[in-house]
Design a protein around this ligand. Sequence first.
Ligand SMILES: NC(=O)c1ccc[n+]([C@@H]2O[C@H](COP(=O)([O-])OP(=O)(O)OC[C@H]3O[C@@H](n4cnc5c(N)ncnc54)[C@H](OP(=O)(O)O)[C@@H]3O)[C@@H](O)[C@H]2O)c1
Length: 254
Amino acid sequence: MTTQKHSTPTSSDSTPTSSVTGAIALVTGANRGLGRHIAARLVSRGAAKVYAAARNPESVDLPGVVPLRLDVTDDSQIAEAAAIASDVTLLVNNAGISRPGALLDTPLENVRAELDTNFWGVLAMVRAFAPVLAGTGGGTIVNVLSAQSWFAYPGTNGYHASKAAAWAITNGFRLELADQGTRVVAVHAGAFDTDFTADYDGPKEDPADIARATIDGLETDSVEILTDDWTRWVKSFLGQDPATFYAELGASGA
Ligand SMILES: NC(=O)c1ccc[n+]([C@@H]2O[C@H](COP(=O)([O-])OP(=O)(O)OC[C@H]3O[C@@H](n4cnc5c(N)ncnc54)[C@H](OP(=O)(O)O)[C@@H]3O)[C@@H](O)[C@H]2O)c1
């Protein structure tokens, strides 16, 4: 390992690329929430085809998309999706769940379910679609993560662990897929207003804004998209002693 400093791409030194216009995209969990917004925005921004993947494809109500049955915890459905959507150039791993509870006493199956969807689901999807993307010219993988990839919070620590692990493999896949020309992008977001946050009464972003920030980010060369000010605030503490962040988090009233 070297201690030499490397320059990191930022939004200010990014240049436009063509990940979106003309893309053939697949979005997981596209029947509702953020996934539906991302699929809609891909259509309006000129994607050539959008596979709207959902556990129940009949629940996909967006015009202009191709519904596709896909539970990301089901290996046979993933293999079938990769065979059907063999023309994909842009994979958006958006599907995710949260099962709130304390790590010390929540039923273990809740934590396992979070890992199954948010970590193992992403891992399985990338493994299945990496050859597809190699065959279509490299392409782009977008993993929808969270500001909670980076911090613990009482009641959501299983979710935190799942998103931290998904962040780790996002970085790992970026290195492993560089040789085939596949760009791997992490999207980190703070709370936004979907069914997912129905029981959270703090401030929430509009998911349409999160989708717009995601698609705008894809039009740059960034490999990490921070969709909102809260997420940028959390990220700004990463180089500091964790105690500093948790003191600030408490003081913020969160
Ligand atoms: N909302 C937030 O504040 C927030 C903040 C940061 C990050 N995120 C992340 O953003 C992503 C989308 O969240 P959201 O707020 O849009 O959630 P949401 O409204 O609850 O929607 C979740 C979507 O994921 C799908 N899904 C769940 N398990 C699945 C599985 N095993 N296979 C396929 N699809 C599955 C759901 O399908 P069904 O309709 O079949 O259940 C639904 O389409 C998630 O990865 C979440 O962790 C959310």
